[in-house]
Write a protein that binds this ligand. Structure first.
Ligand code: PEP
Ligand code: MN
Length: 339
């Protein structure tokens, strides 16, 4: 059920509707918009009777929702969500650039890369402290030590920190040291983790699962939103197909597909999406051209010595070039994206 308030509805009228929703044992999600406020209802397993709401003061319409998701949709919020991280945004007018190594490996490595990321004008620094590796014998990340280095980078360069939480205790740690909680592809359907991130006050970067359909991905975002965290960034990072020329197949059609149903910002990861250094820049360009709100890119000062994902890491010089190219593309397509 979706309650659309009249354009001139007062705050008291909105609170009145939320109170009735709570009396029914359900949860109301208030989404103020440019022209009207909508209230999504979650917690019901069957249909909710619209007659509870139709005659309440300030209510324009009570609409039954037939889609599997209720909160991530444009029906609830026709205006795009702009995720705010301090003074930086994702989903607004500016192209968001999140760059950094796959994993934080050492102070020297992390700072050398962060310096270049800062110089490029990007607002976000990425780097894993807890790595989800295919092999249990591969480098698993520096753990809390890595997070402490990330916090130092934030203090030194003013960059916002995007870093992965592998589990619920990991969310506690990212809350302590970071700015955005990354939920990795392998965890996209870890529902207890999604719920925990949904109770966080930090924004969540939700990567698409390796074999997730659009609906599964959006429903994973719905899990987070249903808990009350509306600051979510979707990330297309490639899916598993029969193709052997890339690590994953970057599904750029997912960007306009998400746009058509959801108000959430969506970014592209051309690093995991290709797995190959020489493909990262071309796919970053195309990601921006199809209308992504930003990019997340892996960069390393010495890719040949990287402890994880070296094959897809850009050198500092390649990264600098990428940023200037994608900014130029964004300037050309930005007016079209607004339409
Ligand atoms: C990463 O960002 O380094 C990562 C592990 O990504 P994904 O979850 O998309 O594989
Ligand atoms: Mn990686």
């Amino acid at each position: 059920m979706l309650i659309v308030m009249k354009a001139d509805a007062t705050e008291a009228e909105v609170s009145g509707v939320v109170a009735i929703i709570q009396e029914l044992g359900l949860k109301g999600h208030v989404m103020p918009g440019a022209t009207r406020t909508a209230i999504g209802i979650t917690g019901n397993q069957g249909a909710v009777d619209p007659s509870h709401f139709e005659n309440l003061a300030g209510v324009a319409e009570a609409i039954r929702v037939s889609k599997p998701y209720k909160l991530i949709t444009l029906d609830l919020r026709p205006d795009k969500t702009v995720v705010r991280v301090g003074d930086a945004t994702i989903g607004g007018d500016e192209l968001a650039i999140i760059a950094g190594p796959c994993a934080i490996e050492s102070r020297a490595q992390a700072f050398a890369i962060a310096e270049a990321v800062r110089r490029s004008g990007a607002r976000f620094f990425r780097g894993g402290a807890f790595k989800p590796r295919t092999s249990p014998y591969a480098f698993q990340g520096l753990g809390e030590e890595g997070l402490k280095l990330l916090a130092e980078i934030r203090d030194t360069y003013g960059l916002k920190i995007v870093t992965e939480a592998l589990d619920e205790p990991g969310v506690d740690l990212v809350e302590k040291y970071g700015d955005v909680i990354q939920i990795g592809a392998r965890n996209m359907q870890n529902f207890t983790l999604l719920r925990r991130a949904g109770r966080s006050s930090l924004p969540v970067l939700l990567k698409r699962g390796l074999s997730a359909t659009l609906d599964e991905w959006l429903l994973a975002a719905e899990y987070i939103m249903a808990e009350g965290n509306y600051q979510i960034i979707l990330c297309e990072r490639g899916i598993r197909t029969f193709a052997q020329h890339t690590r994953n197949t970057l599904d750029l059609a997912a960007i306009p597909a998400v746009r058509r149903v959801s108000h959430l910002p969506v970014i592209v990861d051309p690093s995991h999406g290709t797995g190959k250094n020489f493909m990262v820049t071309p796919l970053a360009r195309s990601g921006v051209a199809v209308g992504a709100d930003g990019l997340i890119v892996e960069v390393h000062d010495q890719p040949e010595h990287a402890l994880s994902d070296g094959a897809q890491a850009l050198t500092l010089g390649q990264y600098e070039q990428l940023v200037s190219e994608v900014r130029a593309i964004h300037e050309v397509i930005a007016p079209a994206a607004v339409v």
